[in-house]
Write a protein that binds this ligand. Structure first.
Ligand code: ATP
Ligand code: MG
Ligand code: MG
Length: 377
């Protein structure tokens, strides 16, 4: 069987690796050149895109920002999962907010800004601490502006004057005082079966994910259920097929959806070693209409992103249950180069293992690791 993935980055690469044991061949589409490439070498396969579409049993995406004409073209085959509307809901914050509101899902209070003059009301309506997010093409905190007082609006106003807000509005969100960021990654099959992974706890730095720990500390059945209910409501409303990630802010016992990602997600990478079935295999299963796999935990996991860094000792894989996933990309500042999965028997032993791991890593690239290891220990 064949799966065609739009996007040719590390997520397509990891889908390829997870699909291989099932006898499923994954090809990728470079969405800039619109050519079919091998997800590992990134070299063109020579197969024209229309033929790759014909030959595929299922078509999917590794990221939500696929040009719309490509999605619509792929959708004509009747084999695109998740559906176009779901992908667009993840790609456009205006649609995303509408989806959340329509389904009564708690989310951050917001205003839609499609004219600079609307900035006048922002502080009065949302308070002084506001985060502005371009409605399209943002990721890893790019396309965002933060203010902590009304006077900061001057800079935002200047930047917004250069944008076409009618075409691409901005969402102004109240800055939440959350206790922590968590996420639920799960899958929905074509017949509506749902399988969610354990909640993961996510540490961000400058708008970018650095470390995930799963399951979260102080996990309660009630919290996992609350997150699963949100997932189920959204996935069912969208008639979603495949892996879907829901990013959440936890405030006490309450959960607010920050955003959704209609794809496999960085905060689900821990499932590669930490779960019976990885999110990548699960996604392949779902889009091919195969039975979903078990999401049972193998241990307590941490996923550490390697961001903009190549200078570390590969000897870190000598620590038991420490696994390196390297994407083979050219290094750039703030670019995700790979990740490290660590599995342990408990949060305390995970903390100890992370302490061992730190010895192999240049600390300036892993600003959150030391305190996280200490917290878990
Ligand atoms: P991703 O790479 O996850 O797609 P993104 O660029 O789409 O990132 P968001 O997830 O919306 O951006 O925001 C990035 C981070 O900024 C969040 O993980 C959170 O730490 C912080 N953040 C975003 N919105 C809010 C908010 N309303 N209140 C407080 N913090 C926020
Ligand atoms: Mg996002
Ligand atoms: Mg996010």
């Amino acid at each position: 069987m064949r799966v065609l993935v739009y996007g040719s980055g590390q997520l397509a690469q990891m889908m390829y690796l997870a699909a291989a044991p099932l006898g499923v061949i994954v090809s990728a589409v470079d969405v800039v050149t619109e050519t079919v490439v091998n997800p590992i070498s990134k070299k063109a396969t020579g197969v024209p895109l229309h033929r790759a579409i014909e030959e595929s049993n299922a078509i999917t995406v590794e990221f939500e920002h696929v040009p719309e004409h490509l999605l619509l073209d792929a959708d004509k085959s009747g084999k695109l999962y998740p559906n176009v509307a779901s992908i667009l809901a993840g790609a456009d914050r205006v649609r995303e907010k509408a989806l959340l509101v329509k389904n009564n899902i708690p989310n951050c209070e917001y205003l839609l800004i499609d004219h600079v003059d609307q900035l006048d009301d922002v502080v009065e309506r949302l308070g002084e601490k506001v985060i502005f997010k371009a409605s399209r093409d943002g990721y890893d905190g790019y396309g965002q502006w933060r203010i902590s007082s009304a006077s900061d609006l001057v800079n935002v106003r200047k930047d917004f004057a250069l944008l076409d807000l009618k075409k691409v509005p901005v969402i102004a969100e109240k800055m939440m005082q959350f206790d922590r960021e968590i996420s639920l990654v799960g899958a929905r099959s074509q017949d509506g079966q749902i399988a969610c992974f354990s909640l993961a706890e996510n540490l961000h730095h400058e708008g970018q994910l650095h470390v995930s720990v799963a399951p979260i500390t102080q996990l309660t059945e009630a919290l996992q259920k609350k997150a699963k209910d949100i997932f189920e409501t959204l996935a069912t409303a969208m008639d979603y097929v495949g892996v879907l990630a829901v990013e959440l802010f936890q405030c006490g016992e309450e959960l607010y959806v920050n955003e959704i990602a209609p794809r496999v997600h960085n905060s689900g990478h821990w499932t590669q070693q930490g779960c019976s079935t990885s999110q990548f295999e699960q996604h392949i299963r779902a889009v091919l209409n195969l039975p979903l796999g078990s999401t049972e935990l193998i241990g307590t996991s941490a996923m550490v992103n390697i961001i903009g860094c190549t200078a570390f000792s590969r000897d870190l894989i000598g620590i038991p249950d420490v696994h390196l996933h390297w994407y083979g990309k050219e290094v750039r500042k703030k670019r995700k180069m790979g990740h490290i999965n660590v599995v342990a028997k408990s949060h305390a032993s995970l903390g100890k293992k992370l302490k061992q791991l730190i010895e192999f890593l240049p600390v300036e690239y892993f600003p959150k690791l030391e305190s996280e290891a200490t917290r878990l220990e």
